[in-house]
Structure formats: structure tokens, C-alpha cells
Design a protein around this ligand. Structure first.
Ligand SMILES: [Zn+2]
Length: 1024
């Protein structure tokens, strides 16, 4: 018997075999078809749309994009053989994740169908543990392994298949097969449709009841019992993990084993000669790894905190990677306050180099002949601040009017410019030249972009003249301020460009025309205005919306000239549609190689890294299935997304969803981002890595008790808020006020405004006004500062609520009363002048500097301040991290201590505790895995929301001193401690294979394994 199929309008498709599923309502899951080429094309087009399929008298509907299609031409025939089969997928059904997988196997035609016979027995409990064929086990294992992150061992598959069938999560498909005597194989198909939670439970129960085991023995959990937490797990199994990883990744450069290249040794020597700086081994390792990585990849990242010498590392990587090339053209894009630093570094660290700061399009235009010249034998480095890179310019026509020829001519070959149209048909077809007249350059079009004439050019190889296209650009940047721009071109607003000399003539012609087109009449009215103004002698230039950035100019005109582009502080370029982000994209795409530098690649959200990855690793991202606008998809896969849906409930049963699902992204990034995108492309370097001489760094939380009066008032305020909050607890507007008031009240229990609901105007709470006097926190603060100042240290004090508290007056006054000289850095001092200003203050003899940490977030080196005190703390993690390490630098000789002052039992303690947890999370993603970090990663509410909910729920977390101890770094100056001793195994591993570069084909497998070890670790930890 033979079957036919109908897909949409295409009828009578010859069908070889098909598999359908009714049990899970998946319809046609597989079909092998024979068709002519036109029908084949139609099928390919239709199958991934919403279409109806008829197969053996049954109708099935398809959903868009649910099939794979393979089509091959049958040799010596007009037929195509087309196979369609359903894609595996993961769906979310009422908040539950479900795997839907399709398994197809070919078996011998006379082998008995194990599944249908066994199935009933398993359903009915007659068969308990049927042993399935190896092929089926392989197939199921492969599917689960590929489609879920659940760690599954091959030995468990039989147990899993039995359980899936028993619970009706796996079912056979119905097979329709056209009889064919020649066929000695037949198709079997299975659908698995199973909640992910069920699988996890299944494995977990199996392990607990010892039905399945790890490594063939149920005793496997014994060593696990001895292990406390994930840190322990990593410590115990680090060798196994390391082994697995090392087998998979053959590092291009292994520190202490491989030799540095000749170029690197040269660079190190030059740096020592020129600046008297000796590169640390870890720095050389990074340079060599990045250079090796760039041999095979287009882009590479150096991720390291301030103070590891990223500038020198980037310059070195370029010089080492470019090997013998003598005249590279390199571009550095950096924040504007680092432009001069880069110039200094390049001119002292890179031999045979010329450095230019490009601060406008005209600077760049003046340099153009030099940049394109083949004769130079030095490297050229252009430094462009990211603010300049996005600066825009307009283009004006570059064509020259010839009075003699009465048309426009090319500025380069001086031949008349023309466009072509065609007349006649077939053999009689002939071109007609239209010379470019007065209005030919109103706007840029395809036909007036370049000169289309040919010119004679001497071919040095063939030793004769040749005809080549002139291709001269007929548009050039228009620079208002450039005195060289003596052209006659003026812009008439949206109507476009015209030369002054033609205005009267064109105006006259138009005014004599009987009928004007829409464009002509618009031009006419624009000219009318200009003619009026010409009489007074002024020419307006109107800004046009069509502008190009300097980065775009480089992208267009220096396309094949740029060797390396360095992006400093790359994380600031993360936005997809910002002008700076676009400039990043323009430059990245035009360079041969790209190096990205950053201290904090991740802002905590997966979306923060999406465009950076896309602009630097477009290929990898495409391979992973992301299009340029797929930011949301990326966040859903690698970030944390909270979906909230409301459902109707009827007599305890969940019914339809009400309204739409709300989606909110939360901080948190999957470690997979590491393994998939960063592992082989990034080198990580910490201050600790170059730290035979790094001072100690300690963070110390100091709890202060409130006095009785303050404590009573604070608790009353908290109680009032909670009681009167009512339904407002969800409102962000009110929560902001509440959190701020609670945070500042203990520091200033007077002059605090009522908390008022923004919509209703009702008073939620009125803070008590207490006597203005110094309390316990001031006392603790004073004692701390006194002891530090007596020890000869300078103290940096941070406070956060600049406008809500009078600390900027009160603390200096308190210090002054005790003979300590202090000053306050305010926002009105310009960012670029702050470092200088502070140095002047120090010269004037201050001991204490107070400021809001946001004022000195980046760039400033404040080596003099070896004690940092947070009198108040905001809720921005990155500000806190940057501010805390202001003075912890390689060049620092003394230990640095950071103190956090907080009132016990208040929201201040809550905030500090949460910030510390988040800090751990951030460190986890940057390569310092610790148990707390991973836990914090999985706890993904953002800080503000968590503080808010702690207020509403009355939760009080206390500060865990252990967390701070882990952040601390021991003083390693002069002790010469082997740095690897202090590093946690996995952290060390990560550091190592981040240095490694892609080297063999097993890459992908290894990445899975790596992921496995991590998720396995997490899972096993949860199970045991
Ligand atoms: Zn030309």
C-alpha cells in the first residue's frame, strides 16, 4: 500500500514513511517524501509556517518554525527526497519547564518491536526493570544530555526510560509506511514529553533509594558526606576537574612551561629600558596568551582590575602579535580622561611609533594622507575618546563645477560626471549620458556617490598603462570650522545641497516652469527663502538629520588599513543603540584584530554583556543562535528572568491566565557565559597575580549599638511604617522614601521629613525629632580616625546621602574640635581636576578627606589614603567596589583597611549584609568561585527590592564577618609567597584556561563537560 500526504495546498505528495503522535498531540513528527523540485520548494516554504497537514485521512495543524528540513536531489531523476522532522524543544507550561523530545530509530524490519510489547507490561506493573537496547539508551541519553543541563550518567538511562514509560511521559509514535520490498529497515519513533522537575526528582529519588548510583557504587556519597559545601567539593575533586579540563584544553601558552616569544622578550626589554619597569611574569603570561589567541581569533579580552597595567598589556599584546609588521595602524578608543595617559604610555612603551590624539574630524582628515601612505615605516596609533568617536559630521558634495563644460566634473580626474539611462530594446539598446547639472548633488544617491569614469594608471608589474575605474568619492566631510573649506556649497535644509553660484539660475528656471513636481516645489520654496537672504548677504546652513560619526568615517574610509583596535573600559560601551555603542561596533567591524579591556565586564545583568559579545564575537553568537536584536532571548537563556502571571482559581483548581505575563530581568548571569563565550577568548589578571609586592587589603565591618533613646525612636519609626504601609508596600515610589528615611534616620535623628504617600498625600510615618548631639556612631568614628591619624595615616571618609544628612558639616566640625584637619570634596570640582585638587589639600596638611564615593569612582589614584571609612553606604555595588579600592595599588606600600560603620539592628546592617553577598556574586562571575558566591548568584532579587522586602517582612540579616574575611588579601610584600597557594582550585583553573586559547576540535564537548562539572557539583551538593 502506498500513502500520500497533503501539506497546505500541495496535494498528493508521495510519502515513503511518516510518524505521527496523537498521545501528546504533536501531530506529524517525521515524514520522508518524494517530490518534484517546485513542490519541494513549496514544502520547505510552507512547513515552518502555520499549516494543515493531512496524513492518512487525519488532519494535523503545525506551529510555525517547528521542523527541521533536509532535502536532497535523487541522482539521475527529477525527484527530490525530502525529510521533515520535528525540532526538540523546551517549553514553559503554567510556570513548569517541560522537555519535548523526538527520537527516531531505524531497526531491522524483522526485529520485534520491543517497545509496544513491553509498554503494556510496564504500564501494568508486570515488567519492572526492562533492559532496553543499547541503541535506544544511547538515543535517549544523547537527547537528554543535549537538551537539558541536568547532570545524567549513562548508567541511569535504563532506569529513566522505565520510569518515563511507567508515568506516561514517553510514548511510541504511530508509523505509516508505504510497502517496499527492497526495504530491510523500518522506522520507530518515540515522543518524550516530560517536566524537567520530574527528571530531577527522578534522579534524586533514584540516588537516595540507591536504585542508581554514581560511578557504579552507592558508596559514592560517602566522601560526599565528609565534604562541607561546594568549596569542599571543589577542593576534593579539583584534581579530577583539572584533569578533565586540561585534557580538553591544550593551552596555547602554559605559564612556567612554554617559552615566551622573541617579540615578547624584546617588548619586556624595551619597557625596562624606556621606563625602568620590569614586567611581572603574570603580565608576560597575559601578553603571550592574548597574542597567541589573536593568532586564531579576531577578538580577545583582558579582564583585570585597575592597577594591573592593562594599558601596557594591550600595547604589548599588539606589538607581540603583529610580529615583524613595521607599520601597523592602530586605534585606541577610551574615556576622555584617559586620552593623555594613553598617549604617554604608547609613546614610552611602543618603539617606532607615532601617536596622535584625534579630537575632531578635521584632525583626522589632516592625518588621512599619512594613514593611507604605503611609504611610512612606523606604527601609527590614533587615540580617540569615546565621546569624540561618536561626534558627528555631515557630508557635502565634492564635485567641481566646470564653467567650460557646463556640468560637474570629478575633483580627481576632472572628467565630466554623468548618469546613464538606457533607450531602445534588445539589439537597439543604447546608453544615454546625462551630465550632472546644477541640481545633481542635492542629495546623496547611488549614482552620484562615486566617479564612474575610467582613468589611465601605470601598472608597475606589467610595465604599462592600464584603464581602471576612477572611483573617486564625490562627497566629503563638511567641516564648519575648517577655514580650508572654501567651497561654495550651502545646505537648504532637507532639500539638500546646492552651490551659491547656481541658486539664481535654478530659482529662475523653476519659477518659469508650468508644473512643478512635489520635490521641485519644495526646492522652489527653499530657494525662495535663500534668494531673499542672499540679498542681505547671509547664508543659512541648516543642520540635516543625516550625520556620520567619526567612527563611521573610519569605518568607511580606512576599511583595509586598520590593524588593531583597543577598547578601554569596554563595559561602558554596552548599550545596543547608544551612539558610543555604535561607534564601538563601527570600529570593531573594520579592524583586523580587537582587544577589549575592562575591570568589570559584567554589571550583574546578562543583558550588560550581550552587545559587547555580539560586536566582538559575532560568529560565536550567531552559532549559538542569536541574532543582533536578540537581547531578550540572550537574557532569558543566560540571565535571570522573573515571570509573573496571574491565574483564575475556581474551587481550588487553577484555571485560565488573567492578563499578560509580566517579565522582569534580575541581576545574575549564568556561568555558561563564561564557558561558552569568555573561556577561550579572555585573559584574567588580578592584582594578586602580580603580587610579590601587593599590600594587604582588609574589609572590616564595625557594628555600633544605638543609644537607648535612638533605638526606641528608630524602632518606633520602623513599626509605624510597617503598620501604616497597608497596600502601599508594593509601590516603588513609597519604598524609595521609606528606605532612605530609615537609612539616614539613625545618622541624623532630627530634621527628617514625614514619609508621605506620593499619590494620596497621607502621612505614613513621622520620624521623632531628637536632640542634636553626637551619638555612638560619631564616637566610634572619632576614635577610629584619631587612632589612624596618630599612626600617621590619611583617612578617606565616604558618606552617601549628601542632601539628606548634614554630615558634610557635622563630621568636619567634630574632627576640628579634636584638632584633626579635614576637608570635603564636592561635586562642583570638575572630574578632571579632582586628583590635582586632592593633592593640593594634602599639601595643605589635611588628614581626612570626606566625599560621596561616586565622585571618585574611576581613575583616581589616592595612594595617600590607607584607611577608608564608609560612614554611610549607598546601594550601588560597583560604586562601592571601585571606591573601596581607590588606594589599593601596586605602588602602595602600606596595608589598606576599609571600615564599614553601621548601626546594629537597623536597615544599615541589612544593606551591608546584602551588599557583601552581592559582592561575592560579582566575584563569582569574574572567576573567583566560592560557595557563597554561587549561592548569592542563585539568590537573584536585586538589592533595592531585597532591602524593601526586608522592611515589609521585618527580616533582619546580620552581617557575616566571614564574608568580609574572604574578600581580604594578605600582605605579600617582600614575603615572596608563591601566589598559587592562596588561590582556590577552581579559581586557579579558571585563570589558567582563560589564558588558553582555542586549540582543537573537541572544544564543544569539553565545554559541556565543564558545564557538567559545575552543574553536577551544584546538583550533587543539593542531593547529598
Ligand atoms: Zn574621476
Amino acid at each position: 500500500m502506498s500513502y500520500t500526504m497533503r501539506i497546505g495546498d500541495i496535494n498528493d505528495i508521495r510519502m515513503n514513511v511518516a510518524a505521527t503522535d496523537r498521545y501528546f498531540n504533536e501531530g506529524v513528527c517525521y515524514a520522508s517524501l518524494f517530490t518534484y523540485s517546485t513542490a519541494t520548494k513549496e514544502i520547505i516554504k510552507l512547513i515552518n509556517k502555520k499549516v494543515e497537514i493531512r496524513c492518512n485521512c487525519s488532519w494535523y495543524k503545525t506551529t510555525p518554525n517547528s521542523y527541521h528540513v533536509i532535502s536532497t536531489k535523487i541522482p539521475n531523476s527529477d525527484f527530490y527526497h525530502t525529510i521533515i522532522y520535528k525540532k526538540d524543544r523546551m517549553i514553559e507550561d503554567i510556570g513548569q519547564k517541560k522537555l519535548i523530545l523526538f527520537i527516531f530509530r531505524e531497526v531491522d524490519v524483522d526485529s520485534h518491536d520491543e517497545f509496544s510489547e513491553i509498554m503494556d507490561n510496564i504500564y501494568n506493573g508486570i515488567e519492572d526493570d526492562y533492559n532496553f537496547s543499547e541503541e535506544l539508551k544511547d538515543a535517549v541519553y544523547y537527547k537528554l544530555y543535549k537538551n537539558s543541563s541536568i547532570p545524567i550518567l549513562k548508567e541511569w538511562i535504563n532506569y529513566i526510560i522505565n520510569s518515563l514509560i511507567r508515568n506516561r511521559y514517553m510514548y511510541t509514535m504511530n508509523i505509516l509506511s508505504s510497502d517496499d520490498d527492497n526495504n530491510d529497515k523500518k522506522l520507530i519513533g518515540y515522543t518524550i514529553c516530560c517536566p524537567v522537575d520530574y527528571l530531577i526528582n527522578l534522579i534524586s529519588t533514584g540516588l537516595k533509594t540507591k536504585v542508581i548510583s554514581i560511578n557504579g557504587t552507592n558508596l559514592a556519597s560517602e566522601p560526599m558526606q565528609a565534604i562541607e559545601g561546594l568549596d569542599g567539593y571543589l577542593n576534593t575533586y579539583s584534581e579530577v576537574l583539572a584533569d578533565r579540563i586540561q585534557k580538553g584544553f591544550t593551552p596555547r601558552f602554559t605559564p612556567n612551561k612554554d617559552k615566551y616569544s622573541k617579540e615578547l622578550i624584546n617588548y619586556a626589554n624595551y619597557v625596562e629600558y624606556s621606563r625602568n619597569i620590569k614586567l611581572y611574569p603574570a603580565q608576560k603570561d597575559v601578553i603571550q596568551s592574548i597574542s597567541n589567541c589573536l593568532d586564531n581569533q579576531k577578538s580577545s579580552f583582558i579582564i583585570g582590575e585597575c592597577g594591573v597595567g592593562k594599558t601596557a598589556l594591550a600595547i604589548g599584546s599588539i606589538l607581540v602579535n603583529s610580529k615583524h609588521k613595521k607599520k601597523c595602524l592602530n586605534i585606541v578608543m577610551c574615556p576622555s580622561h584617559l586620552v593623555y595617559k594613553w598617549k604617554y604610555e604608547i609613546s614610552t612603551l611602543a618603539p617606532l611609533s607615532e601617536v596622535y590624539i584625534v579630537d575632531s574630524i578635521s584632525t583626522l582628515l589632516n592625518l588621512m594622507p599619512k594613514l593611507k601612505s604605503n611609504k611610512r615605516n612606523r606604527h601609527i596609533w590614533l587615540i580617540i575618546s569615546k565621546e569624540t568617536a561618536k561626534l558627528s559630521y555631515e557630508e557635502r558634495p565634492a564635485a567641481v563645477w566646470s564653467k567650460r563644460k557646463h556640468c560637474y566634473v570629478c575633483p580627481s580626474c576632472h572628467q565630466p560626471l554623468y548618469t546613464l539611462t538606457w533607450e531602445g530594446r534588445g539589439r537597439n539598446k543604447r546608453p544615454i549620458q546625462h551630465f550632472m547639472k546644477e541640481t545633481a548633488f542635492l542629495k546623496q544617491t547611488a549614482s552620484n556617490r562615486k566617479c564612474m569614469n575610467t582613468v589611465q594608471k601605470w601598472n608597475t608589474e606589467k610595465n604599462k598603462n592600464e584603464k581602471v575605474d576612477c572611483n573617486c568619492k564625490l562627497w566629503e566631510p563638511f567641516i564648519k570650522t575648517n577655514e580650508h573649506d572654501i567651497s561654495d556649497w550651502i545646505k537648504l535644509g532637507k532639500q539638500g545641497w546646492i552651490e551659491k553660484q547656481h541658486i539664481s539660475k535654478v530659482y529662475y528656471e523653476l519659477s518659469n516652469k508650468r508644473k512643478l513636481t512635489k520635490e521641485e516645489s519644495s526646492l522652489y520654496s527653499a530657494l525662495f527663502n535663500v534668494v531673499g537672504m542672499m540679498e542681505v548677504g547671509t547664508f543659512p546652513i541648516q543642520r540635516s538629520p543625516r550625520k556620520y560619526s567619526i567612527a563611521k568615517y573610519i569605518h568607511r574610509y580606512l576599511k583595509h588599513h586598520i590593524d588593531y583596535v583597543v577598547f578601554d573600559e569596554m563595559h561602558q560601551l554596552k548599550a545596543g543603540d547608544s551612539a558610543q555603542g555604535e561607534a564601538f561596533g563601527d570600529l570593531a567591524s573594520v579592524a583586523r584584530k580587537v582587544i577589549g579591556l575592562t575591570g568589570t565586564l559584567l554589571n550583574g545583568y546578562a543583558s550588560g554583556i550581550f552587545y559587547i559579545l555580539y560586536r566582538t564575537f559575532a560568529q560565536t553568537m550567531k552559532k549559538e543562535g542569536f541574532e543582533y536584536n536578540n537581547e531578550n532571548k540572550f537574557t532569558q537563556e543566560y540571565g535571570v528572568v522573573k515571570k509573573t502571571s496571574n491565574y483564575r482559581w475556581e474551587s481550588g483548581i487553577q484555571k485560565n491566565k488573567i492578563g499578560t505575563t509580566r517579565i522582569k530581568t534580575l541581576p545574575g548571569v549564568s556561568p555558561l557565559v563564561f564557558t561558552k563565550f569568555l573561556l577561550e577568548n579572555a585573559a584574567f589578571i588580578n592584582q594578586e597575580d602580580i603580587s610579590t609586592g601587593l599590600p594587604g587589603y582588609t574589609e572590616i565591618p564595625i557594628a555600633v549599638d544605638m543609644d537607648e533613646e535612638l533605638s526606641a525612636s528608630y524602632n518606633k519609626l520602623e513599626k509605624d511604617i510597617r503598620e501604616n504601609m497597608g497596600n502601599w508596600r508594593k509601590s516603588v515610589k513609597t519604598m524609595g522614601q521609606i528606605i532612605t528615611t530609615l537609612s539616614v534616620y539613625p545618622d541624623q535623628p532630627y530634621n527628617q521629613a514625614d514619609i508621605i504617600h506620593p499619590d494620596t498625600g497621607e502621612i505614613i510615618a513621622t520620624p521623632d525629632t531628637l536632640e542634636q548631639r553626637y551619638r555612638n556612631k560619631e564616637d566610634t568614628f572619632l576614635k577610629l580616625v584619631q587612632s589612624k591619624v596618630e599612626a600617621g595615616e590619611k583617612v578617606l571618609v565616604y558618606y552617601h546621602w549628601t542632601n539628606r544628612t548634614d554630615l558634610a558639616n557635622r563630621l568636619p566640625k567634630l574632627l576640628k574640635e579634636h584638632g584633626i584637619k579635614s576637608t570635603v570634596l564636592k561635586a562642583n570640582i570638575k572630574a578632571s581636576e579632582r586628583e590635582e585638587w586632592i593633592h593640593t589639600q594634602l599639601k595643605n596638611g589635611i588628614d581626612v578627606l570626606l566625599c560621596n564615593p561616586t565622585l571618585i569612582e574611576t581613575g583616581l589614584d589616592l595612594l595617600d589614603f590607607t584607611t577608608i571609612i564608609y560612614y554611610q553606604m549607598g546601594y550601588n555595588l560597583y560604586t562601592m567596589r571601585q571606591a573601596s579600592r581607590r588606594s589599593w595599588r601596586l605602588s602602595q606600600n602600606k596595608d589598606v583597611e576599609v571600615y564599614f560603620l553601621y548601626y546594629k539592628g537597623t536597615i544599615q546592617e541589612q544593606a551591608l549584609s546584602l551588599m557583601a553577598t552581592k559582592l561575592q556574586a560579582a566575584m563569582a562571575i569574574e572567576g573567583k568561585f566560592s560557595e557563597e558566591g554561587l549561592n548569592a548568584l542563585s539568590n537573584n532579587e536585586d538589592i533595592f527590592t531585597q532591602i524593601a522586602s526586608s522592611v515589609t517582612e521585618g527580616i533582619k540579616d546580620s552581617v557575616d564577618i566571614q564574608v568580609f574575611k574572604k574578600i581580604s588579601v594578605k600582605n605579600t610584600k617582600e614575603k615572596n609567597v608563591d601566589k598559587q597557594v592562596n588561590v582556590k582550585p577552581l579559581q586557579y583553573l579558571l585563570f589558567n584556561f582563560n589564558n588558553a586559547s582555542k586549540s582543537n576540535k573537541t572544544q564543544n564537548d569539553i565545554q559541556y563537560n565543564m558545564t557538567d562539572s559545575l552543574s553536577c557539583a551544584t546538583q550533587l551538593f543539593n542531593l547529598c
